[in-house]
Design a protein around this ligand. Structure first.
Ligand code: NAI
Ligand code: MG
Length: 398
């Protein structure tokens, strides 16, 4: 197949983001992905030097090329951020905010996909006790669809809310009953806003994925019995959508709390899971824990025009300056495979994933996390593979 040459915006960011992205691009090239990479500036260095961790030129690059491969960034609390700013920028009233959250908001990357699939032979796989004291290793194949821009992470919140907001709240009978006698100054309010359009988009993405890849069920994981408006709206819309457009797919409804318990009891029962922003964040970390954790957790942030693919882990600063990097590149490489799925290069994606599968199955090359070691420079002397050696092992299997 003769695919057009792509241009990918490479966003290394901070800390280990740089090394995992570098190794991933090497894997992509060896696998025959036909692309140029342009590097986009993002992260702490640009906050310090320019007072903006997400410069406009980076936004322009994504605007132009549409696809980003992102490593990780470092975020620090407000005061620490200000202290590290270039002296010439200190009095300008600049406030640090996370550039990956900024990217999601700027390009409305409202659909976040986080697949969690077991690789056979991964020593980090979840095991549980079965009948007769046996040990079972359930095979997890779950894809979480998390609404990425709204809900509790939408940023609409106040401590000591302004009068107009307070009056609005006071118009709700439950507010007066439960909080009516609390002084305004003692109130903190974080809103949970769901819109019809974004809810429809995340649900449709989830059902379509289930249909396309043969999952038998879509589970709405919220709490509609208690959070009646937002969770209730999502579940009701899911029921209507299933009846109208996806009658062949079962619709399940779980509460987030019960789901967190069930995910260690019967994770193999679930297929596609869809949730709002915060519950999606929670349930996806829960499932990631069953398949190896941060070194394996990949994700896609999809908007109508622009998409950014990234591992779920952060910049792991304590491992950033090792002379030889020890961190696991698989989460980043898997995120690149999601990118290949998105651009239609399924064959290359499949080849890379099956190479990862055979490296894990053989078990000869394992990064420190897979050997259950504490991350330190000397893990390499104890037979743990370096980041590069892991990438080399995957390349060798292509
Ligand atoms: P982290 O994910 O960077 O690291 C937590 C721990 O997980 C590490 O110490 C390490 O033991 C392990 N780990 C992470 N990635 C690994 C890999 N590829 N292979 C093996 N082990 C790995 O999270 P942490 O320590 O909470 O945050 C560090 C910095 O990263 C902070 O500044 C935080 O704001 C930022 N961050 C950025 C994210 C992003 O860029 N999307 C997401 C999460 C945190
Ligand atoms: Mg999270």
């Amino acid at each position: 197949m003769n695919m057009q040459k792509r241009t990918i915006v490479a966003l290394p960011g901070d800390g280990i983001g740089r090394v995992v992205l570098e190794e991933t691009i090497r894997v992509l090239e060896k696998a025959g992905f036909n692309a140029d990479y342009v590097e986009g500036d993002i992260g702490w260095e640009f906050w310090r030097k320019e007072g903006n961790p997400l410069p406009d030129r980076t936004i322009d690059l994504l605007e132009k090329h549409k696809i980003g491969l992102f490593g990780a960034i470092t975020s620090k609390p407000k005061d620490a951020a200000l202290a590290e700013l270039d002296p010439g920028l200190k009095d300008k009233g600049l406030v640090y905010s996370s550039p990956i959250v900024g990217l999601r908001q700027h390009f409305n990357l409202d659909i976040c996909i986080r697949p969690c699939r077991t690789y056979k032979g991964n020593p980090l796989n979840f095991i549980r006790r079965g009948a007769g004291n046996s040990i079972e290793e359930p095979e997890v194949d779950v894809v979480i669809f998390r609404q990425n821009t709204e809900g509790l992470y939408g940023g609409v919140e106040w401590t000591n809310p302004p009068d107009i907001v307070y009056r609005g709240l006071a118009s709700h009978p439950k507010f007066m009953k439960n909080f009516g006698n609390v002084p305004k100054e003692e109130l903190s309010v974080s809103t949970r806003i769901f819109t019809l359009k974004a809810t429809e988009r995340i649900l449709r993405a989830a059902f379509s994925h289930a249909m396309k890849y043969g999952y038998k069920s879509v589970t709405v994981c919220e709490k509609p019995n208690v959070i009646r408006e937002t969770s209730g709206m999502m579940y009701k819309m899911a029921q209507e959508m299933q009846a109208a457009d996806f009658p062949g797919i079962e619709l399940w409804n779980t509460n987030i709390d019960a789901q967190m318990m069930w995910l260690t009891k019967n994770p193999e029962n679930y297929g596609v899971i869809v949730a709002g922003n915060m519950f999606g964040d929670i349930v996806s970390d829960g499932f990631a824990g069953l398949i190896g954790g941060l070194g394996f957790a990949c994700s896609a942030n999809l908007g109508e025009e622009v998409s950014v693919f990234e591992p779920t882990h952060g910049s792991a600063p304590k491992y950033a300056n090792y002379p030889v990097s020890i961190v696991n590149p698989i989460a980043m490489i898997e995120s690149a495979c999601m990118m290949l799925g998105h651009t239609g290069e399924f064959d290359i994606s499949r080849r890379i994933r099956s190479s990862i599968a055979s490296v894990i199955m053989e078990g000869r090359v394992r990064t420190y996390d897979m050997m259950k070691m504490t991350g330190r420079a000397d893990v390499l002397e104890k037979e743990a593979a370096s980041t590069r050696q892991m990438a080399d092992a995957i390349i060798a299997k292509l």
